[in-house]
Design a protein around this ligand. Sequence first.
Ligand SMILES: [Zn+2]
Ligand SMILES: [Zn+2]
Length: 243
Amino acid sequence: MHTVLSVHAKGTVEEAAARAAALGYEAIAITDHCSLNMCHYERSVDVLLMQKIPQSLFGVRIFRGVEMDLHDYQGHLCFYNIPYDDSSSALDRLMATREVVIASPHFLPEGREGTSDEITEMYLGAIASPYVTTLGHPERINKEYDVTAVALAAAGNGTFLEVNNLSVQRGYAPQIAKMLDQCRAFGTRIVVNSDSHSTNTVGSIDAAKSLLVECNFPEELIANRSLAAFEQALADQHSRKRA
Ligand SMILES: [Zn+2]
Ligand SMILES: [Zn+2]
């Protein structure tokens, strides 16, 4: 979910945690945007480094996360090519402070409409990144990609594919259903995210839930079905990515 730090979102970390506690959630992930286009421009990393996110609040475990823009058709994350100091990029510096990292397409990378092959390559690049926990809303770029290759690669290194509640609400259910078919076939784990941009939508996943029920999707492939399951799936991902 997002907070006021994403600029186009509302609400603070404290308000999000209070709302999550009231709804009975065990955990939330704060994943404000890091973007060269959407917010803060070149200062995006600095702003996120200053963000204070406690490990838990009101009994709710809070994951320190970020949603990174995909930068190019190779699947690099934004800020990978911007130096922070002599030995690390701004991306490296930020990544050292995050527990969960969503890599998402939000605009046309490289300022042009890529081919389906290029978009597939971009997603495969992101999935292979040791930094990336989750590929975010791949359907939202409105372009065909090789869903089979993406689901297979994600299964291989334990990267999660996102089922995004906002995307379902915005009419992307057919594309997401196609992705879910491939995830089921390869045993690829998904995460179900609200993509909340204001306190009153924290934990809102009803549209995504209905789609999962409709698709008869196996619950054991939902990495964030519980806090314990999520921690276990993250640990499995880390061991695969470090192997
Ligand atoms: Zn946003
Ligand atoms: Zn997004």
